[in-house]
Design a protein around this ligand. Structure first.
Ligand SMILES: [Zn+2]
Ligand SMILES: [Zn+2]
Length: 319
């Protein structure tokens, strides 16, 4: 990176380049708009001086990013729940289907996965569902002891006789079973994992262009530039601060829109830097951009844009 000013292509060079490509893509239209009745059509007769009504010096900023869509979410989770809660959860399974297109997926990106569902025996009750303890009613004997008053003989002599019967709380076992509070009596708890949806990983290269020319054709220029970036010369920067401080000197001209464009491109760049799914894959390019407002003999208005230096530039037109 040097501070040397980048040379912009001159109008005739731009116009010439556009003319050649326009005649290649639609000669009939060129003849219709620029030809003279009775004369043989010649490209030489079509000059910038005659048809370019106004020009504007602008600038464009370009960088490319790579977006990895469908990368596995890092956060997974494990849930352990009571048995009745399992039925209230919604489980997902992708076993039969394989990988999913992220753009088609509606819903959460991490989901309870059916295949991971498994019972965990309750530790508190050792998987029995209840806690055994001495019956409080019979104090663990299984029997209720009582005394009977028996009046014996003619004298009705009082006698006390033992009488016992089986405990109605523990059914004579001496132990009572209380529902285990940890597992709710269901013997097991249930564990499952909340895992990322298995997305297909799609990597896309995305061009990002900001131009101060306020053109409707920014998307088209962006796409073309993305394909021929090596054939267009710009000034490359590693960071935005450097670009901001050197762009005016490098371009050799300046206006409000250029300043605005640089700052909006800068905040865009910052957003991409923070985006976990995006990766900036190029340096930041600053391009001189010339916008030419033209009008044909028939009165058809069109614009020609050039992007790049006098050495290497591309043209774009809505002709
Ligand atoms: Zn009992
Ligand atoms: Zn239990």
């Amino acid at each position: 990176m040097t501070d040397v000013r980048i040379k912009t292509p001159n109008l005739d060079e731009i116009f010439e380049k556009w003319k050649q490509s326009a005649v290649r893509s639609d000669k009939k239209k060129m003849e219709k708009q620029f030809g003279t009745k009775g004369a043989i059509f010649s490209l030489d007769a079509i000059s910038a001086a005659e048809y370019v009504k106004d020009t504007q010096k602008e600038a464009a900023i370009y960088f490319a990013i790579k977006k990895t869509e469908g990368e596995l979410a890092k956060d997974t989770d494990e849930e352990t729940v009571l048995a009745p809660k399992v039925g209230r959860e919604t489980f997902y399974s992708f076993k039969a289907q394989g990988k999913i297109n992220k753009s088609d997926w509606k819903g959460d990106e991490i989901i309870p996965t059916y295949e991971t569902l498994q019972p965990i025996p309750c530790k508190k009750c050792n998987g029995k569902g209840y806690i055994e303890s001495k019956c409080k009613t019979c104090k663990g004997t299984g029997k209720i002891e009582e005394q009977l008053q028996v009046l014996t003989g003619e004298e009705q002599k009082k006698e006390v006789k033992p009488f016992s019967y089986s405990c109605g709380v523990c059914y004579g076992t001496g132990t009572s079973k209380e529902q285990c509070k940890d597992c709710g009596g269901h013997k097991n708890l249930y564990k499952y994992q909340v895992l990322p949806v298995p997305f297909k990983t799609v990597i896309t290269g995305i061009p990002v262009l900001h131009s101060s020319a306020l053109t409707k054709y920014e998307k088209e220029i962006e796409r073309d530039l993305h394909q021929m970036i090596e054939e267009v010369e710009g000034i490359k920067f590693n960071d935005f601060k450097e670009l901001e401080s050197k762009s005016e000197a490098s371009l050799g001209y300046w206006n409000k829109n250029i300043k605005k464009t640089i700052s909006s491109a800068g905040s865009d760049y910052k957003d991409y830097s923070k985006d976990k799914e995006a990766q900036i894959t190029t340096q930041i390019y600053l391009f001189p951009m010339i916008q030419m407002f033209c009008e044909t003999k028939k009165g058809a208005k069109f614009e020609i844009y050039s992007l790049g230096s006098a050495n290497k530039f591309m043209t774009y037109s809505n002709f």
